[in-house]
Design a protein around this ligand. Structure first.
Ligand code: SAM
Length: 223
């Protein structure tokens, strides 16, 4: 359970959503057995719907782990569409690559091994959708690059923004998590007040923020 939603509501939602089979199911098992954090089932359902309804064809992901969400995005885009995904951990990259190859998705899922802080600075293409799911304390540092890389009208999805509820409630913040919680609070303040973004926060999974980069830039909504 994620500690954000009422447990019975969360259980109900997870039970009613259909289960994966094949490689995605095998990846869920691998993640469970090896304690690799991957997107929650209800978050996977949300990102699939957002990918399909937005018609995204070019996706950037920060934080690949074993490639579960990258592959979820690639499947949601249909037969075309590409995902560029960034991961700094060598072992994770190795496992992700094996799953990507197993699904013959090497052409569509491009894995870049490196620290997102460096990699993002060097990317210069525009993306329809960006999924942010790496170290939670660093989201704010990426924001200006992510906005530069997101096309007008594009979607920025940020995962784990409520961080087991600690972001919303000082009383449950563990001492060792204070820095991460403060940086997530700063990130949420930044994206909810940013003149280029419309943002909503959805309390499913570990908290998901969905932001849309305004079509006409900053002035269109004020005029
Ligand atoms: N998105 C994946 C999924 O749902 O299948 C899960 C990603 S996991 C929550 C976060 C990953 O981000 C970890 O594998 C971690 O090694 C990676 N990561 C953390 N900080 C990073 C950084 N600065 N640059 C690149 N990867 C990073």
């Amino acid at each position: 359970m994620s500690a954000i939603l009422n447990p019975s509501v969360e259980k109900y939602i997870r039970n009613i959503l259909s289960n994966n089979t094949g490689v995605l199911y095998a990846m869920e098992e691998y993640a469970r057995e090896n304690h690799v954090p991957i997107i929650h089932k209800e978050v996977a359902a949300l990102v699939k719907v957002l990918t399909k309804t937005s018609g995204a064809n070019k996706i950037l992901e920060v934080g690949t782990a074993i490639g579960y969400s990258s592959i979820t995005f690639a499947i949601a885009m249909g037969k075309t569409g590409s995902v560029t995904t960034i991961e700094r951990d060598e072992n994770m990259c190795r496992v992700a690559t094996s799953y990507i190859e197993k699904l013959n998705m090497k052409e569509r899922v491009k894995l870049i091994q490196g620290d997102a802080n460096d990699v993002l600075r060097h990317l210069d293409e525009e993306y329809d959708l960006i999924f942010l799911d790496s170290a939670k304390g660093q989201y704010n540092e990426y924001l200006s690059d992510l906005l530069r890389l997101l096309k007008n009208g594009g979607i920025l999805i940020s995962d784990n923004v409520l961080y087991k509820g600690m972001v919303a409630d000082d009383k449950i913040v563990l001492k060792r998590k204070k820095t991460i919680v403060n940086s997530l609070r700063n990130y949420l303040t930044a994206i909810t007040n940013h003149p280029e973004l419309d943002t909503c926060i959805i309390p499913i999974g570990d908290g998901v923020a969905i932001s849309c980069k305004k079509q006409g830039g900053i002035i269109s909504e004020q005029s």
